[in-house]
Design a protein around this ligand. Structure first.
Ligand SMILES: Nc1ncnc2c1ncn2[C@@H]1O[C@H](COP(=O)(O)OP(=O)(O)OP(=O)(O)O)[C@@H](O)[C@H]1O
Length: 595
């Protein structure tokens, strides 16, 4: 997806590219047998329907004038049988196709979702999430309909058209030719209207996608909107986007509403021509009433398949663009992935080495220039420094959320780019500032890192991190349902749950990135004992702006200007009176001022 915002339309007017269709065919291969059955059933159903006007002709021209009621009765029974057969076939076909299209939706969504889960952080940082949702939900629905019903309908409508033409010629060649004279007029009308319609519906799709992106952004940012009292401005933007949707929708519907009156007008003219030619021009009495009525019926059927083929063509053009957007997402490179011969990471002891590491998020700015250090197993390391210095970047590289530009990150002497991501990350505990809480119970949330954990284990982990107290006071304790993102919990409570979750997963390397920022000082003091227990025997990296919380770490690294400016224990760095000393004393003064 082009990196864009809710203000930018997606590109949907793509030149037709057959490769997308060929690639999409892999999704229908599995269901081809069922689709062939559906085509056969529909063709039979259609053929049955088209025999009906011939029977009517026979009734009008033979049975009724001859007063042959036996024949008339047989013809009526035959008509009923044909219609019943046709309805049964069409019903079975619809059932098959509903199943096939739902299966195709499932297959495409599964592939898309699995791929989306592997995409790097960067992908989600750069795009409006609402537009990703539109692809997974709306575009997939539309595309699967094209791949299932669309493809079948092409075959079907072509058969229908062929049947109608054959039956018309069987009934009367001259009058059939009169009907065909309407085709060029219809073709010109269709090319004009379908082109307009396609562009109009693409505009609708784009405006909906923009609205969705803005809506999603606003739901997530609702608190900020209210904090900054931005409701009126946002309502205006939303209104503008909604108006875009309404305007484009009205235009599209206007064109769609023109279609049938236009076709009706052509159809009426053609039928008038049938009567004119049948009764007057080809000579009175030359064409029987039954023939004229039968041809007139075929003529009224004739436009439907042409129209449907036009609709299918339009849908195809739109859906090819949707397909391209879907495949573009599926092809989005998984920049951080397992190498072909990646090994399993053995049980981690905890030695972490940065060997001349350089890193940048994009070409424009080097975030880390040439960083080298080694942390011993079990050592606790604090990363401090000004905002935006690169502290989180360093811990993100240890977990291999990004690949380094040059140099190596080693754990126990093993280059982490050579091992599988799962075996690496499953031995790490990473806690970020935003402690994400999933919908479900508190117990489920703590169990997230170790699905097999027992109730006792969950309680024990919670007790260590001081979460057991507040959880037990909740109406249903560990079974209390928390809503999506844990909206009923305070930030501090979310962080404590997150601590318990991390502790339960028993990681060898622990990364705490501003993990205690929302916990009040009192709870933090209480948590300190638990935290110390948690750090025991694990290598840990702690980022905290509240420097009082990291004083006890074995080592403190001061990060700035793309590298490590100072390193040592709290006492050593204070004695050195360098960057850390300045930062620490400035923070102390701040605390004294506000006290
Ligand atoms: N996903 C990203 N894409 C592009 N640039 C990024 C991304 N994440 C961070 N940066 C940039 O990289 C630099 C280092 O960011 P990082 O988050 O590592 O800083 P930090 O020291 O942890 O800051 P803070 O203390 O504010 O959390 C910053 O200039 C930031 O703008």
């Amino acid at each position: 997806m082009a990196k864009n915002t809710y203000k930018q339309d997606e590109i949907l007017e793509e030149p037709f590219d057959i490769r997308h269709l060929l690639r999409a065919s892999s999704y229908i291969k599995k269901y081809q047998k069922r689709m062939i059955i559906a085509i056969l059933l529909s063709s039979l159903g259609g053929a049955f329907g088209y025999i009906a006007p011939m029977i009517t002709q026979h009734a009008l021209d033979v049975a009724i004038p001859d007063k042959n009621f036996r024949l008339l009765f047989s013809l009526v029974i035959a008509l009923l049988a044909l219609y019943t057969g046709s309805i049964i076939f069409v019903t079975i076909r619809s059932k098959i196709m509903v199943e096939v299209s739902q299966n195709i939706i499932y297959d495409i969504r599964k592939d898309l979702f699995e791929h989306l889960q592997k995409l790097p952080f960067q992908y989600y940082d750069d795009r409006p999430h609402g537009k990703i949702l539109i692809r997974v939900v709306n575009y997939v629905n539309s595309v699967s309909d094209m791949l299932s019903n669309g493809l079948i309908n092409i075959v079907l409508e072509s058969f229908n058209l062929l049947f109608i033409v054959i039956f018309m010629f069987l009934v009367d060649v001259q009058l059939a030719l009169v009907v065909l004279c309407g085709v060029p007029i219809l073709t010109v009308f269709m090319i004009w209207i379908k082109n307009k319609q396609r562009k109009a519906w693409q505009a609708v799709s784009n405006k909906n996608s923009n609205l969705n992106a803005y809506l999603q952004e606003n739901i997530v940012g609702a608190r900020i909107t209210q904090i900054f009292a931005r409701e009126d401005e946002n309502a205006q933007i939303f209104q503008d986007l909604s108006q875009d949707c309404r305007r484009t929708w009205n235009t599209a519907v206007r064109y769609s509403n023109l279609v049938w009156p236009g076709i009706d007008a052509i159809s009426v003219c053609v039928r008038a021509a049938i009567f004119l030619f049948g009764l007057v021009i080809f000579g009175e009495g030359n064409k029987s009433l039954g023939t004229i009525v039968a041809i007139s019926s075929y003529a009224s059927f004739f436009w439907q398949p042409i129209m449907n083929l036009g609709n299918i063509f339009n849908n195809f053009i739109n859906n090819i663009a949707y397909l391209e957007r879907i495949f573009e997402t599926m092809d989005e490179p998984v920049t951080v992935s397992d190498k072909e011969n990646a090994k399993e990471m053995p049980t981690i002891r905890g030695e972490v080495t940065f060997d001349h590491v350089a890193f940048s998020y994009d070409e424009t700015k080097k975030i880390l220039k040439d960083v080298s250090f080694t942390v011993k197993p079990g050592e606790s390391v604090a990363l401090v420094g000004p905002t935006g210095a690169g502290k989180s970047t360093i811990v993100n590289l240890i977990s291999r959320f990004y690949n380094v530009d040059s140099g190596r990150v080693l754990i126990d002497g093993q280059d982490i780019s050579e091992v599988t991501i799962h075996s690496l990350r499953s031995q790490m505990g990473i806690m970020m500032q935003d402690s994400f809480i999933f919908s479900g119970t508190i117990g489920d949330n703590i169990r997230y890192g170790k699905l097999t954990a027992s109730e006792d284990e969950i309680r024990k982990a919670s007790r260590i991190v001081c979460a057991d107290d507040f959880i037990s006071r909740m109406p249903e304790g560990y079974d209390t349902e928390v809503r999506e993102r844990g909206s009923m919990l305070s930030q501090g409570q979310k962080q404590l749950i997150s601590f318990a979750r991390t502790l339960l997963s028993d990681p060898s390397i622990l990364i705490l990135d501003e993990a205690t920022s929302s916990i009040d000082v009192q709870t933090e003091k209480a948590l300190q004992t638990g935290l110390n227990a948690m750090l025991q025997g694990r290598t840990s990296f702690i980022i905290a702006h509240r420097l009082s919380t990291i004083r006890g770490c074995d080592r403190i690294m001061y990060i700035d200007d793309g590298g490590i400016m100072e390193t040592g224990s709290h006492e050593e760095l204070m004695a050195k009176k360098g960057y850390y000393y300045k930062l620490y004393t400035a923070q102390l003064e701040e605390v004294h001022k506000t006290a």
